[in-house]
Design a protein around this ligand. Structure first.
Ligand code: DQA
Length: 138
């Protein structure tokens, strides 16, 4: 089983940025715990701050992997191009958010990509990624 995690803009700064919202662990540290916990599956990780690079990654892996867990960051709320890329590929995508976007500013309540995703998980901190992974594994 091959799973890809994709993190979008500003998520390279997890552990540094707005710790009261996103926590104090870096994604690299959290990824180690995920890989240890799910040692029998291959978990690839990609982060980019650039919309087109995220789209290129979706095209590259979207016909061969079993699942994609994606936190598109603020592109969630703006990107028709990422929504179209998700619709174009075969691999199912789960949208994840660390924070509960529905408890926050109104502009975070709308997702451009959710309708093209298999499901959405938001508000469980870093554990949102594990919950999404569990779906593909079980
Ligand atoms: C986020 C929520 C987005 O609104 C925000 O732009 C992010 C992170 C989250 O994981 O909670 O960058 O996707």
């Amino acid at each position: 089983m091959k799973i890809q995690i994709i993190n979008g803009p500003n998520l390279n700064l997890l552990g540094v940025r707005e710790k009261s919202i996103y926590g104090d662990a870096s994604f690299e540290t959290y990824l180690e715990t995920l890989r240890a916990r799910f040692a029998n599956i291959s978990i690839d990780y990609y982060q980019s701050n650039i919309e087109g690079e995220i789209i290129n990654k979706l095209h590259e892996i979207g016909f061969g992997y079993d699942g994609i867990v994606m936190n598109a960051g603020a592109y969630t709320h703006t990107s028709i191009a990422i929504a179209d890329a998700i619709a174009a590929i075969n691999t199912p995508v789960i949208e994840v958010h660390i924070s509960n976007v529905h408890k926050r500013e109104e502009f975070r309540h709308k997702s451009m990509i959710a309708a093209n995703c298999k499901g959405v998980i938001a508000g469980f901190g870093m554990d949102s990624y594990r919950l999404a992974l569990e779906h593909f594994i079980l």
